[in-house]
Design a protein around this ligand. Structure first.
Ligand code: SAM
Length: 156
């Protein structure tokens, strides 16, 4: 099972970028994994978040492989424990999911069309994080789940 994180725009903070890459490396100890950056809306669209979201959604939807199982990071999604996430990943792996894609929205979030494309909507908490933080938190939890499934201790 390949794991890909789809994100909107490059991570601008060097700290969050370093963490995202660290967890990416750790994830690759267990499965092939990568980060796919899709184009973020031009700064000129900041005054029109709806249009900005729509632009970014177009890029996201075009980038997602047709056969991928899509997990959307969404505040309004389902909150689960780390153990329950690991069980979900076990089920996806054992039922033949080949392309597992985690999608984090951009600064303005995502459109309804992106929500519709998701097979599961995952909420990290009822709190809203920046997209740069949400990417890292999701990657850490995915790494934690993979370590659990491989029955190896969580490497600090
Ligand atoms: C700043 S948030 C977008 C906020 C936007 N106003 C909204 O309502 O979606 C950017 C992205 O980070 C992710 N995100 C932020 N907090 C999250 C949470 N608690 N659970 C899951 N994803 C979260 C989502 O993918 C979201 O699209």
């Amino acid at each position: 099972m390949r794991v890909t994180f789809f994100v909107v725009g490059k991570t601008k903070s060097a700290h969050w970028d370093a963490l995202a890459h660290d967890y990416g490396e750790r994830i690759r100890r267990f499965v092939p994994g990568s980060i796919q950056v899709v184009r973020e809306a031009e700064p000129a669209l900041a005054a029109n978040p709806e249009l900005a979201r729509a632009r970014e959604a177009k890029h996201l939807l075009a980038a997602l492989p047709a056969s991928a199982y899509v997990v959307l990071l969404d505040v309004a999604g389902e909150v689960v424990s780390s153990e329950a996430l690991a069980e979900k990943m076990r089920k996806w792996r054992d039922t033949g999911v080949r392309d597992l894609c985690f999608v984090t929205g951009g600064h303005w979030g995502v459109t309804e069309a992106v929500r519709q494309r998701a097979d599961w909507r995952w909420s990290l908490s009822k709190l809203t994080f920046t997209h740069e933080m949400a990417r890292v938190l999701a990657a850490e939890q995915v790494y934690r789940a993979l370590a659990r499934l491989a029955n190896v201790p969580y490497a600090k």
